[in-house]
Every structure is written in C-alpha cells, then in structure tokens.
Design a binder for this molecule. Structure first.
Ligand code: GLC
Length: 592
C-alpha cells in the first residue's frame, strides 16, 4: 500500500493561474507534429468505398497489437510518472498542458499499452491491465480503415440490440484511456465523425430535431459500396428520447483532447466551432424557464429508460455545467462566439448558485426541509418550491449521515427527488459545480455509506431502488429496472473512473484505491460485466452484457489516473472564479 498525502483542493481554487483560455500563451497552443495539423475532412461517409472493417474484423490489427504486447517491446516514451505525494492538485488541473503533449503520437490500432509496463512504476502492474487493453483494442470500430470509436459491448452470447454501436457516452472512458496512453488520433477521428453526424437532418416522423443534437450512438454498416454510418439520435432508441448528454460529452471530450495534446488546431476549426455553437444554442435558448437548470425528458442520459428523472436531473445539470466551462475555454469570439461566451458566463453563475443552494442535501438541510412551512407566497418564501415535508421519503432520514452530503436527483415544484445519483455528483466535483466543502462532503458520504454506495462491486448508479407500487408508477413496471437491478439501484463498474477522478481531485485517492481492489477481485473473472444487481451489487446483472467496453475502459482510466494524477487536468476544472458561494449555511458535516 502506498501512503498518499492529501492533495490540497484549496491550492487549486484560489491560486491557480487562469491559464486555459482563448488568450492562451503561445506555448499552450503549440501544435503537435505535422501528422496532427492537416485536418482534412476526407472521412466523409459518402466517399469512395473502402474495405469494410469493424470490430469483429479487426483481427489483423489486434494480432499485431498482441504480438507487440507479448514481446513486451513497448517502453514508455514518457518519463516515469510522478508519485501522488509530489503532485499538487493545481498541477493536476491547470498547470500541466498534459503529460502527453508533444509526444510522438501512437496509433490506436497497433501499439502496445504503456500502462503496466512503466519502468520504475510504484504500482505493481495488475494482470487485469494488460487484459483490459487487449479487450479495449478488440472493441475498436473502424470506418474506412480508421478507428472512429469503440463498440459498446463485444458479447456474442447475447442479442446485440444496439450494443454493437459506438455510443457517445460509452466512448468517453475509452477516449480518455487512449489519450492517457498517448494515442489521440482515435479521439480526433471520433470527434470529427460525431460532428459530421450532427450536421445531418434529424427527423422523427414529421418533426425535425434541433440542429445541434448529437447522436446517442452510431453504427458502421459495411456495404458493397463501402462503409456507411447510421446514427441514432433517439429515433431508434427504446423510448425515442434524444440524448441530452451526448453534446455535452462531445464538448467535454474536445477539451480533454485539446488539454491532453496541447493541440488547439482541432478545436479552432470553423466546423468544430460551429458544432459547439449549435449545441450551445439549444441548451442556452430562452424559454419559459424560471430557473437556470435544463429541462429534460426522462431517460435522456446514461439512465436511458423511464426512471422518474424528467425535469432537472442532476446528471444533466452537472454535465451541462462542465460542458459550459469547457466551451468557455474552447470557443473563439468570432462568428457569434462572443455572444455565446457572455451567455455562458451568466448561465454558469446562475446555475452554480441554483444547484449549490437548492439541490444540496445534508443532515442540517434535511432538518430544515423537514420543518418547512408550506403555501408561502412572495419573495420572502423559505420553502421556494413548496415542498411538502410529508413527501420526504422515510429512507432518507436513516441514510443521511451526520458527516457528508450530496446533490439530490431533481428539484422541481413541490418535488424533491432525494435519490442519490453517482454520475451527477462525481461530475459536479470534477467541474467544480460543488464548492470545496460540498466536494469534501460528497466524498465523506462515500465513506460513511460505503456498503450502500459502493457495496461489493462499485458503484451504485442510484440509491435506493424504487420498489413495489412506486416502481410500477415511476418506471411504468419496467422489467429491466426491477428493484436493485440495472438503472434502479444496480451497480456499474464504469462509474469507477469518475469516483477515482473525484477522489484524486479532493485529495482522497485512498477511496478510489479501496474501490479498485473490489473491482480487481471480480470484474475480469465475471467477464467485464456491464452491471451488477442486488443491494450490495453482489450478482452479475440479470441482463448484463459481458465484455462491456466502458467497464473495461473505466478500469484502465482509474488505474492510469492513480498512476499519474496529472491526467486529471483533462477532465477536471478548478473552481469557476466568478461564481459566488451560495448562501447555504455550513452544516455540521462541513466543519466536522
Ligand atoms: C444502456 C445504458 C446506456 C449505455 C448503453 C450502451 O442502454 O443505459 O447508458 O450508453 O447501454 O452501453
């Protein structure tokens, strides 16, 4: 076991230089070798046919890769990683362009993993690491010979449904793994491909979707004329919901790519800038809202089935916030960008105030709500949403520790969804939507409620499960989302990378290390399952796919983050300077 000193978050909040913005110094904008620069759009799917290769036919590529792995011929081109003890979170977040910037880039198809083979690594290479890389490479999807993403799952024992597609959200951990391993080209290809798909007309029946909508997923279809790409914007998805998260993940990934490589030429391309503006114009559009949160349909994100998350789900609000912050760094003022930058700034302030104030829950806040008066009218109302205290579910009184807190699932008129949602809370830490005190309290909650939120297999996607009549009403009697299964209280190994990133940002990597140990005890033996069922996540999920790519990639990202925490800067941002702390009272959990 390694002794890790806490990284000081405060260091990163106030003292970090405002180093990542459009007025970046030359050094930050330095270009990568010429291979990187000539971004031509020759990847159009209507071009000349080429041999059709997809993941199933990647054997050549994989064999090449395996040969290299077996020879052990790849040593890291980078200097050995720094131990966590010597890294300040300031370094992780802002000061380092990237550990990979300026590296000779490697191809995603035929190179060996660096992880696990690092000379002088303080970490014993776990055998699962090499296995994970092997599986991750098998999941590559090629379009006209170029890798453009990874397939959701490579499980031949189950009906593929849409698991044979490249999902935008699923690709994020894969992309981060490749970036951390010095292989940015697949990420660039993916970003450009998704941009192309965004430009297509999107219709469901007689209705045309917003121009900025990004696909939930796409598949490469081989034909006699060559490969074509078929996207799904929600028109084929179960429930027909458009993925609100895809556009946000795309922007977040664009920044990760830029931060990791130091290469701004991709983000600066007029088409990419336009793609960003299109996404922003949907989510910053004026409407009837009285709040800065983004109003959503049920099932519009990782939880893509009816689960009662309609309204203002924390997952989307946290991604929205992080994506706005990333766009602020990447957007150029030209062509209307300036106006968007102004709108972003205003929205960021309003959104952070709103979420920090009204979504935050801890022992003290719960007690306040428990004593709420109702039917208050006028500006002076304390119970602004007219939440009836009787609507507070029983479980939350027992669940709430004296030390710890979290952002609840949803807030809307007379409705607070007190459920815990892992992804939204972790992203709120990474984007600094949470105040430093709130960040620490969320990590406290993980520790205080370990068996509920981590259990035997990390991590609970949501807690607790809906049961009985509530399950019937809220999910529409969904047989896939029965209690403690799938989205309804199931456990998802992919969430490990988010926990790891959050625990490094808050200076508590030991939390991630404990969770990783649990994953290493089972995940590979269980065939890299998609999710686990049961209160403690003990059972491989009823309908869980095996060789689920994001379970594999999530594990790799966690390992690489712990090995070299400077990678954190790709997906985390220091506190947004202008957002004032909300007027929330400090709870016992923050001072304890
Ligand atoms: C399931 C998940 C969704 C994921 C997809 C592919 O539908 O709910 O979040 O993107 O599978 O893995």
């Amino acid at each position: 076991m390694f002794n890790i000193t806490a990284l000081s978050v405060e260091d990163s909040i106030d003292n970090a230089p405002q180093s990542e913005n459009r007025n970046r110094p030359e050094s930050r904008g330095r270009s990568l070798p010429s291979l990187f620069i000539g971004i031509s759009n020759t990847d159009d799917e209507d071009e000349e046919p080429s041999s059709s290769i997809n993941s199933a036919n990647n054997l050549d590529v994989i064999n090449k890769h395996l040969a290299l792995v077996n020879k052990g011929s790849c040593s890291s081109p980078r200097a050995g990683p720094r131990p966590l003890e010597s890294v300040k979170s300031t370094d992780c977040l802002e000061n380092l362009i990237s550990p990979n910037a300026g590296l000779q880039q490697r191809s995603s198809c035929a190179e060996t993993p660096r992880v696990g083979m690092v000379v002088n690594s303080p970490f014993e290479p776990h055998p699962m690491v090499a296995e994970a890389w092997e599986n991750l490479r098998k999941s590559l999807v090629l379009f006209k010979g170029k890798p453009v993403g990874t397939i959701a799952a490579l499980d031949s024992t189950e009906e593929a449904l849409n698991y044979n597609q490249v999902f935008v959200r699923d690709f994020v951990p894969s992309a981060l793994a490749f970036l951390m391993n010095g292989e940015p080209d697949i990420v660039k290809n993916f970003l450009l491909k998704a941009l192309r798909l965004q430009a297509r007309e999107k219709r469901i029946d007689w209705f045309t979707l917003g121009e900025g909508v990004m696909p939930a997923s796409f598949k490469v279809v081989p034909s006699a004329k060559g490969d074509t790409i078929v996207p799904d914007f929600g028109e084929s998805a179960i429930g027909r919901v458009a993925p609100v998260d895809s556009g946000f993940w795309w922007i977040i990934l664009l920044r990760a790519y830029t931060k990791s490589t130091g290469d701004y030429t991709l983000a600066d391309m007029p088409d990419i800038q336009r793609g960003m503006r299109l996404i922003l114009s949907i989510c910053l559009a004026e409407g009837f809202d009285t709040f800065p949160t983004l109003l959503c349909a049920d099932g519009c994100c990782m939880i893509d089935r009816r689960m009662g998350i309609y309204g203002a789900p924390i997952e989307i609000q946290a991604l929205f916030f992080l994506a706005l912050r990333c766009a602020k760094v990447l957007l150029k003022p030209e062509d209307g960008g300036k106006e968007f930058l102004e709108r972003i700034e205003k929205r960021l302030q309003a959104l952070s105030f709103h979420i920090r104030s009204y979504f935050w829950m801890d022992f003290q806040q719960l007690n306040i709500i428990y004593r709420y008066k109702t039917e208050e009218y006028s500006h002076t109302a304390v119970n602004k949403f007219n939440v009836i205290p009787d609507s507070i579910p029983d479980w939350v009184f027992d669940f709430m520790p004296m030390k710890g807190g979290y952002f609840i699932g949803n807030v809307s008129p007379a409705r607070m969804d007190f459920r815990w949602f892992c992804l939204g809370n972790c992203i709120a830490i990474l984007g600094s939507l949470a105040t430093p005190e709130q960040e620490a309290a969320i990590m406290d909650l993980f520790e205080e409620r370990w068996s509920d939120l981590i259990g035997e297999m990390p991590l609970k996607i949501t807690y607790p499960a809906l049961e009985g009549n509530e399950w019937k009403i809220v999910t529409g009697s969904d047989p896939k989302n029965t209690r403690w299964s799938y989205h309804n209280g199931g456990s998802w190994p992919v969430l490990l990378w988010l926990l790891t990133a959050a625990s490094i940002k808050t200076g508590r990597p030991q939390i991630a290390r404990r969770a990783i140990e649990l994953v290493e005890s089972r995940l590979s033996k269980d065939g890299w399952a998609e999710y686990y069922d049961g209160k403690r996540g003990r059972y491989v999920g009823k309908q869980a796919r095996k060789f689920q790519t994001w379970s594999i990639a999530g594990y790799l990202v966690s390992k690489m983050l712990l090995e070299d925490p400077s990678h954190l800067g790709m997906i985390a941002l220091e506190e947004h300077r202008k957002s004032k702390p909300a007027s929330i009272t400090r709870s016992a959990s923050w001072t304890a």
